[in-house]
Design a protein around this ligand. Structure first.
Ligand code: FES
Length: 87
């Protein structure tokens, strides 16, 4: 199975809304999943501009799955779900 790719949006909208506490996320992911998961920062994923008024930032993508109002817990749960599917 390929590595799971986690893209943390670092665009302005997501950044001001905390981008799911990236340092904590990185630490927990490394601890729980080792090298099965790769976390990268990404420029604006393009979602915030389509829906400014009811923005659900911060956004994070786990492979192709977009997570709205992303929290560390939501991202870890999605990674676990995808790893379970891939095994
Ligand atoms: S700033 Fe995150 S989707 Fe645009």
């Amino acid at each position: 199975m390929d590595k799971i790719s986690v893209k943390v949006c670092l665009g302005t909208t997501c950044f001001v809304k905390n981008s799911a506490n990236k340092p904590k996320l990185k630490e927990l992911v490394a601890e729980k999943f080792g090298d099965k998961v790769e976390i990268v920062g990404s420029p604006c994923l393009g979602v915030c501009s389509t829906n400014w008024e009811i923005s659900k930032a911060p956004y994070i993508k786990v492979n192709d799955v977009l997570i709205q109002e992303a929290t560390v817990e939501k991202v870890l749960a999605e990674i676990e779900a995808q790893l379970a599917k891939g095994e």
